[in-house]
Ligand binder design. Structure first.
Ligand SMILES: Cc1cc2nc3c(=O)[nH]c(=O)nc-3n(C[C@H](O)[C@H](O)[C@H](O)COP(=O)(O)OP(=O)(O)OC[C@H]3O[C@@H](n4cnc5c(N)ncnc54)[C@H](O)[C@@H]3O)c2cc1C
Length: 547
């Protein structure tokens, strides 16, 4: 071509126009494993449809646009009336609409609903993580609202609806609603006992008036919020609707939107309540016990979200290295890069396998299986601690696999890097999860029993796993003054559970690599330090995103 100075060669094609579901063998196998015949076939077909949408150029473009055009707060209308609205880019609405219609707020209307939703959530995070926040909170509000059967009957159909209705109107006039939550205040987030927002009972039964603030309140455009406030009987959970039944706006003063490291498409607000109407959910003084149903669900979404971010980063890395040559050979075929990719792939597979196993426990627990409920009590905080903590190093290393291209916005990797620490912070940061693991161990013996039954199913299959279970039992034998080593305990609980699942379900080369490096101590601190004698080529090939 006239004017051209060179021919472009040796650049990988964009990873676009592919099926994010069927090209992810680990995810596809997990869905197949955890669903019964019947729902399984229907789910596989449906998830493949969503997977094609996630991998399409159009949806990827909406993700980049939503992230690149953050929301803007509009406090007043043109005449000076306070409106407290947030303006979003059209791409945000398209994504949220698709997410709602794909069932990301509905895990309960079909058999295996938690597994199906978990797989969808894991894929949707790969498109754009910000819009997953309201989808997660709306899904998670259901168990908390069930503390009040009357409220649940009224709100649940709207929360689980497949209709995205973005207009601010009274909820009874809407076909679908979104929910947020308000717990964190300036003087304390993890320690919600420090909350000062107060709730004064009104004459109407169950109604209160709130005064105070929330320092973080994401998705402030939502239709309702579960809020913790101090009632006469103690810390209590409340439902705060954005619009009252008569059509007037509730008092919901959005002071500012946070300027965040990542998750930029999503609005996270500072809000104030001043005579704000609220309806009590659960008994006075039972606020934490009520809202914990919501928090448990969002914590599992943090695991799934991190697994999704890791999967997307690893898929990009393997794709790039399968096309890029250096020093006369494809990067993917060079022993040291193969080791890096295999190590990343093992971490990604362990995260996905664990996340889907916990989602399956969610289905079983809601069906009345108490052992699975007990397993979740211990395994969710351990997984939230460990999987979310692995996310940032995995994503950063995967970006490095793309060389300089991985540091450039167009590659999409910088967005993943910015997003990668968040799941470890919100819904309770790392130490808080580790302390919750200790609480579960100390107070709920059934949780440890369920955990040991689960990992015991893999005993005898790998000597490194057997040894790690033995070491863990020694650690658990003395929990007195365990607080200072709670992180190590949470890490080991998560690693042993991941190892047990991979030994049972993953191909031998993946389980082997995991047990050697994560349980057997046969690997370094950085990625790319697996024993080179393992079958690393097969591990990498399995992670390659080929539909
Ligand atoms: C983008 C974003 C969106 C958010 N959206 C919402 C929202 O919608 N609603 C909402 O309610 N909150 C929201 N949050 C708040 C979030 O949940 C809190 O920031 C988080 O739980 C930590 O609380 P904190 O910021 O008050 O920190 P702190 O509680 O002060 O914690 C600071 C550090 O101390 C550690 N720590 C705390 N207690 C202990 C202890 N006993 N021992 C040892 N270490 C401890 C923590 O692990 C953490 O590392 C959001 C946060 C972010 C970043």
């Amino acid at each position: 071509m006239a004017g051209s100075t060179h021919t472009v060669t040796n650049q990988a094609p964009p990873l676009s126009g592919y099926d994010v579901f069927t090209s992810d063998r680990v995810l596809t196998e997990a869905v197949g494993r955890h669903l019964a015949a019947g729902p399984r076939e229907e789910a596989l077909a449906e998830l493949s449809g969503l997977g094609r949408s996630c991998g399409s150029f159009q949806t990827q473009e909406w993700g980049a646009q939503a992230d690149g055009n953050p929301p803007v707060l509009r406090t007043h209308d043109r005449y000076g009336h306070r409106v407290d609205e947030v303006d979003f880019h059209p791409a945000w609405h398209r994504l949220l609409g698709k997410g709602v219609s794909a069932g990301l707020t509905d895990a309960r209307s079909r058999p295996g609903g938690h597994v199906r939703r978990a797989a969808a959530f894991l894929m949707w995070t790969q498109v754009e993580a910000g819009n997953c926040c309201p989808l997660s909170m709306t899904h998670a509000a259901v168990p908390a609202l069930r503390a009040d059967p009357e409220l649940a009957a009224e709100w649940e159909p709207r929360l689980t609806s497949r209709v995205y209705d973005r207009e601010l109107r009274p909820a009874h006039l809407k076909a679908g609603v979104l929910f947020g939550m308000g717990m964190t205040e300036k003087q304390g987030g993890s320690d919600v006992r420090a909350n000062t927002t107060s709730a004064r009972p009104l004459a109407e039964d169950g109604a209160y008036e709130l005064t105070g603030h929330k320092w973080f309140c994401s998705a402030p455009m939502s239709d309702g919020f579960l809020v913790l406030a101090r009632a006469p009987g103690g810390l209590t959970c409340f439902l705060v609707p954005r619009v009252l039944a008569d059509g007037t706006r509730n008092v919901f003063l959005i002071q500012r939107l946070k300027n965040k490291l990542g998750n930029r498409s999503n609005a996270s607000a500072e809000v104030e309540f001043a005579g704000t109407w609220a309806r009590r959910v659960g008994a006075e003084g039972r606020g934490v016990a009520t809202v914990i149903g919501m928090v448990a669900a969002t914590r599992l979404d943090c695991v799934l979200g991190s697994a999704g971010l890791m999967r997307q980063a690893v898929a990009q890395a393997v794709h790039h290295c399968a096309h890029r040559e250096a020093f006369g050979a494809k990067l993917v075929d060079q022993p040291l890069m193969r080791n890096v990719l295999a190590d990343l792939a093992v971490e990604s597979e362990a995260a996905t396998t664990l996340g889907l196993r916990l989602a399956a426990a969610g289905d079983a627990a809601e069906g009345g299986d108490e052992r699975e409920r007990a397993l979740l009590r211990l395994a969710v905080p351990a997984a939230k601690y460990w999987v979310t903590k692995r996310c940032a190093p995995v994503v950063v290393e995967a970006a490095e696999c793309l060389g300089g291209n991985g540091y450039v916005e167009e590659s999409g990797l910088p967005r993943l890097v910015r997003e990668s620490p968040l799941n470890s912070v919100w819904e309770g940061a790392g130490n808080v999860q580790a302390l919750d693991v200790l609480r579960a161990l100390g107070r709920e013996p059934a949780a440890l029993d369920a955990y040991l039954t689960e990992v015991g199913a893999a005993r005898g299959a790998d000597h490194r796993l057997d040894a790690a279970i033995g070491d863990l039992l020694t650690d658990l034998a003395d929990l007195a003054s365990a607080e200072g080593r709670a992180r190590l305990l949470a890490e080991r609980l998560a690693l042993v559970l991941q190892g047990a699942l991979l030994v049972r379900y993953a191909p031998p080369e993946v389980a082997d690599a995991f047990c050697a490096s994560r349980l057997g101590g046969d690997g370094g601190a950085a990625f790319g330090t697996l024993p080179p004698t393992l079958d690393l080529a097969s591990v990498v090939e399995r992670a390659r995103p080929v539909s």
